[in-house]
Design a protein around this ligand. Structure first.
Ligand SMILES: [Fe+2]
Ligand SMILES: [Fe+2]
Ligand SMILES: [Fe+2]
Length: 415
C-alpha cells in the first residue's frame, strides 16, 4: 500500500491523451502526434521550458472539448460545422485543473487565424496557439495509408498555402526548417511515438501528488461522463459512495482518497464504447454487450500504463468482477478480489440503481437494498459491505446525491 502518491506528469498526460483517442479507430494517437509536432515546433521557436510544456499539454488534449466520438471524427475530417464550440468547452474543462490552467487559453485559440489576432506573432499566446493550429492541421492532413516520406513535401506545401490567412508565415518557416529532417516525419508516424515521448519528451521529472491526482481524475471523469446524458453524474456518485464505504469499513484515510480516484476513473474505458451502445435504453444484444465488456479492460490497461497507481487500476478495473468468477473481463474469484475491488463493485451497482436515468427515476432504499442483498446472498457481491451500506444508507445516499448534483452543475456550466 502507498504511503504517499507521486505520479509522473508526462506518463499521466500521455496515457490519458492516448485513451481519449481510443474513441474511434481513425483517431489512434492523433493528439499524441499533434503534441509531438507542437513540441518540435516550439523548440525550434526557442520557447522557454514552461511555455513549451504548456503547449505540449494543450496539444495532448487539444480536442477535449469535442466529447462524442462523432464530433471528434467530424473535426478530424474537417467536416465540423462549428469550430468554436469545442474550443470554448475545451477551455472551460482545462480551467477546472489548476496545473492545466495555462493551457486553457491556448486550446481556446487553437483555430484562430493569424489575421484575426491584434497582437503580433511574437506574443507568446499567439505563437503557442498558431503552433498548435499547425500541428493539429498537419496531423489531420497526413494520409495514414501512405508512406510518410512519400507525402512530406506535399504536406509542407499544402500547409504553406494556408499562410495567407490561417497559419502565420513564421510558423510555416519553422515547419520547413525542422521538416528537412527525415526523423521528424518518421517519429510522427512511428508506432513507438508514445515511448519516444515518454523517454525524451517535455514534463519529465514533474510529479503530481494525491490532491492534484484527485482533481485530474475529476477532470477525466467529466470528459468521459459528459459524453452522454445517461452518464453525466454517474462516476461522481461511485467515487463518493466508494470512498465513504471505504472509510466506514475501516480502510485508511489514504485508501479512502485513492478510492475517490478509482471511482472517478472506473468507467474510463467507456471512451472506447460508441454512444449508440452507451445510450441504448433497452437491453443490449449479445453483440453490443460484448463491446461493452471491453470497457473495464481498457480502464485496466490505461491506468496500469501510468505507473505507480496499480492499486487504483485494480480497484477501478475490477468493478464488474463477481466473487463467484462470473464477472468480466478477468473472471477473478473471491480469492483475488480485495476489499477495495469489492467496495467499488457495490458502489457502482448502488449508484446505478439509485440515480435517475432518462428512462426511469432513481430507485429508493426499499427497492435498492433487496436487489443488492440478493446479489450478496448469491455470493456475487460481498454481503458484509452490503450490510454496512444498509446500516448507513441515508448518510451515503445524501453525500452521493450531493456529489452528483455538483457534477451536474459543472456540466451545465460547460455546456
Ligand atoms: Fe481542434
Ligand atoms: Fe462499468
Ligand atoms: Fe459504472
Amino acid at each position: 500500500m502507498y504511503q504517499s502518491v507521486n505520479i509522473n506528469l508526462l506518463n499521466l498526460t500521455l496515457s490519458l491523451s492516448d485513451a481519449l483517442d481510443l474513441s474511434h479507430p481513425s483517431l489512434f494517437q492523433r493528439q499524441i502526434r499533434s503534441a509531438f509536432v507542437a513540441w518540435q515546433l516550439g523548440r525550434a521557436a526557442s520557447l522557454p521550458p514552461e511555455p513549451l510544456r504548456n503547449l505540449f499539454i494543450s496539444a495532448l488534449f487539444n480536442d477535449l472539448g469535442a466529447l462524442s466520438p462523432d464530433e471528434k471524427v467530424a473535426l478530424y475530417r474537417g467536416q465540423a460545422e462549428n469550430l468554436d464550440g469545442h474550443c470554448v468547452r475545451g477551455e472551460r474543462l482545462l480551467q477546472t485543473v489548476p496545473i492545466f490552467e495555462p493551457c486553457a487559453k491556448i486550446v481556446r485559440c487553437h483555430h484562430k487565424s493569424w489575421r484575426d489576432w491584434d497582437e503580433p506573432i511574437e506574443n507568446q499566446l499567439v505563437l503557442q496557439s498558431q503552433i498548435l493550429l499547425l500541428a493539429d492541421t498537419l496531423e489531420r492532413f497526413i494520409n495514414r495509408d501512405q508512406y510518410i516520406l512519400h507525402q512530406n513535401d506535399q504536406l509542407t506545401s499544402r500547409l504553406a498555402s494556408l499562410s495567407d490567412n490561417q497559419i502565420h508565415p513564421y510558423v510555416i518557416d519553422l515547419l520547413k526548417h525542422i521538416g528537412r529532417r527525415e526523423d521528424f516525419w518518421l517519429d510522427i508516424t512511428s508506432p513507438r511515438l508514445y515511448s519516444i515521448l515518454l523517454h525524451g519528451g517535455p514534463c519529465r521529472g514533474i510529479e503530481v501528488g494525491l490532491s492534484e491526482l484527485i482533481i485530474i481524475s475529476e477532470f477525466v471523469r467529466n470528459l468521459i461522463d459528459f459524453r452522454s446524458k445517461f452518464t453525466v453524474t454517474h462516476s461522481a456518485g461511485v467515487s463518493t459512495a466508494g470512498s465513504m464505504i471505504a472509510t466506514l469499513f475501516g480502510l485508511t484515510e489514504l485508501e479512502s482518497e485513492l478510492m475517490k480516484v478509482a471511482g472517478n476513473l472506473h468507467d474510463l474505458g467507456k471512451v472506447a464504447i460508441p454512444n449508440s451502445i452507451l445510450e441504448k435504453s433497452g437491453k443490449l444484444t449479445d453483440e453490443e454487450f460484448a463491446v461493452m465488456r471491453q470497457h473495464t479492460y481498457v480502464t485496466h490497461t490505461v491506468l496500469n500504463s501510468i505507473g505507480g497507481i496499480q492499486q487504483i487500476a485494480e480497484w477501478a478495473a475490477f468493478h464488474h468482477e463477481r466473487l463467484d468468477g462470473s464477472g468480466y473481463p478477468f473472471h477473478l474469484t473471491a480469492k483475488k478480489l480485495g476489499i477495495g475491488s469489492r467496495i467499488i463493485s457495490i458502489a457502482d451497482v448502488f449508484t446505478a440503481l439509485a440515480e435517475d436515468r432518462p428512462y426511469r427515476k432513481g430507485m429508493n432504499k426499499n427497492d435498492v437494498m433487496p436487489i443488492l442483498k440478493d446479489l450478496g446472498n448469491n455470493r456475487l457481491l460481498d454481503i458484509r459491505i452490503i450490510e454496512l451500506l444498509d446500516a448507513n444508507y441515508e448518510q451515503i445516499h445524501w453525500a452521493t446525491s450531493e456529489a452528483q448534483e455538483k457534477a451536474m452543475y459543472t456540466y451545465l456550466q460547460i455546456y
